[in-house]
Design a protein around this ligand. Structure first.
Ligand SMILES: [Zn+2]
Length: 292
């Protein structure tokens, strides 16, 4: 029964992942799933999920995670991420389940809020406090996409959407006015996210391959050296994405995009070799963690 429910949810998830930017009224499909009604979910028209899973029938939502210190920390980060991107703070809730139900997921809703599961939060903590922040920044990346109608790049799958969200997370962790992390802390946090973020059976690879995710995140990290609006980030990100994250498309890069700052362009160009090696796998997952 549980497997059947999961299967039907996965089908629904894959349906609206591919169509939700065009279609805003899929709530009827989703309400049939049953488990979501337990959470009175009425605004489920478009959502990007970290692992393509949802909550069990005994799940419940509140604004508390683990203890007051963790709660204060992550809500402070939530405000900070929004501040770095110049948007209002995104309402954030936590999902718990005291029965056997899994809360190993995080969801970003087009209605402008985020649900973060306790299980995924706790497991992320094994990579340090920074790891749940990396997941949250990825989900807020989806909020930027809803808000500004991004990404500008259209693909048949959610790959560009997910890789750009990874890029926003890399950007935030790097920003001096954001997390201001060192790579020795950020790298393992992202590696954790890539290990768990793509085990959907209904749409394998929809987050991009782990190699592409490493390249996209590192590109976002480098762009975090500069103060970019969400739209401007998109402009840079997809220019280099064509070149570096998807090396098969190198030829697209012959024409320079308008409006690229020469200093930023020169800096990112200087990272060409590394970004391409990440996306081709010549630099491994372990190499990724150990970058400077
Ligand atoms: Zn996502």
């Amino acid at each position: 029964m549980i497997n059947y429910l999961k299967f039907s949810l996965l089908i629904i998830t894959s349906l609206f992942i591919s169509s939700c930017q065009q279609e805003e009224d899929l709530s009827a499909d989703v309400q049939q799933s049953g488990t979501l009604e337990q959470l009175s979910e009425k605004d489920f028209s478009c959502v990007y999920s970290f692992v393509d899973n949802n909550w069990g029938p005994n799940a419940f939502r509140n604004n508390f995670i683990i203890n007051q210190a963790h709660t204060d920390f992550i809500y402070d980060q939530n405000r900070r991420i929004a501040g770095v991107f110049g948007v209002p703070t995104v309402p954030l809730s936590f999902i718990h389940d005291n029965s056997s139900g899994s809360t190993f997921n995080a969801l970003s809703f087009s209605s402008g809020r985020i649900d973060f599961g306790e299980d995924i939060y706790r497991q992320a903590l094994s990579k340090g406090l920074i790891a749940p922040v990396a997941i949250l920044a990825h989900e807020i990346g989806h909020q930027l996409q809803y808000r500004y109608n991004l990404p500008t790049r259209q693909e048949n799958t959610a790959r560009a959407i997910e890789l750009e969200a990874d890029g926003y997370a890399g950007y935030y962790l790097k920003r001096p006015n954001g997390y201001n992390a060192t790579w020795s802390k950020a790298g393992p946090a992202f590696a954790f996210a890539f290990d768990i973020g793509d085990f959907s059976t209904s749409s394998p690879g929809h987050h991009g391959t782990p190699r592409q995710r490493r390249s996209a995140t590192r590109l976002g990290w480098y762009l975090g050296q500069y103060d970019l609006s969400p739209r401007n980030f998109d402009n840079y990100f997809f220019y280099y994405y064509n070149q570096y994250v998807l090396p098969g498309n190198l030829k697209i890069a012959d024409q320079k995009r308008k409006g690229l700052d020469a200093e930023i362009d020169a800096f990112i160009e200087s990272k060409l070799v590394e970004l391409v090696k990440l996306s081709t796998g010549e630099l491994s997952a372990n190499d990724f963690i150990n970058l400077d």
